[in-house]
Design a protein around this ligand. Structure first.
Ligand code: MN
Length: 135
């Protein structure tokens, strides 16, 4: 795929843990510390890649900087994401985010209130769940 990314931040390193389906990349921009209680990372999902279901005790804010993809809260319809969108994820709400099947997605993930706890990872988004996107 031709790289048309115009992101101002580096793509970073391939994520190698089991909390994602498909290939995603992470560049940490702000590491968590006790002054800010916030971590900020630039995340790039290749087409079809997505997080597992998870939740943030301190909530999360996503700034979509390139491509297109989806955000879904448990029990709700998925929300289509495009460059320029902002997603506010309330604390402890189970959700996932990731790329569209045919496009990359890049977002800056801001995780505030880290003093309340770190991300709680749950089960993968199944192919069946993912295939419901856009329907
Ligand atoms: Mn999240």
């Amino acid at each position: 795929m031709e790289n048309k990314s115009t992101s101002v931040f580096p793509k970073g390193n391939k994520i190698t843990n089991n909390n994602f389906t498909g290939t995603a990349w992470l560049q940490m921009l702000v590491n968590n510390d006790s002054t800010y209680d916030t971590s900020i990372g630039n995340v790039t999902f290749e087409p079809g890649a997505r997080t597992n279901w998870h939740k943030h005790p301190g909530g999360q804010i996503l700034l979509i900087t390139d491509g297109s993809g989806y955000y879904q809260e448990k029990g709700k319809s998925a929300q289509l994401l495009h460059k320029g969108d902002v997603v506010k994820i309330p604390p402890d709400v189970e959700h996932w985010h990731g790329a569209a099947p045919d496009n990359e997605l890049t977002h800056i993930a801001i995780s505030p209130n880290t003093n309340k706890g770190s991300v709680i990872w749950l089960h993968p988004v199944t192919d069946e769940e993912y295939s419901q996107m856009g329907k």
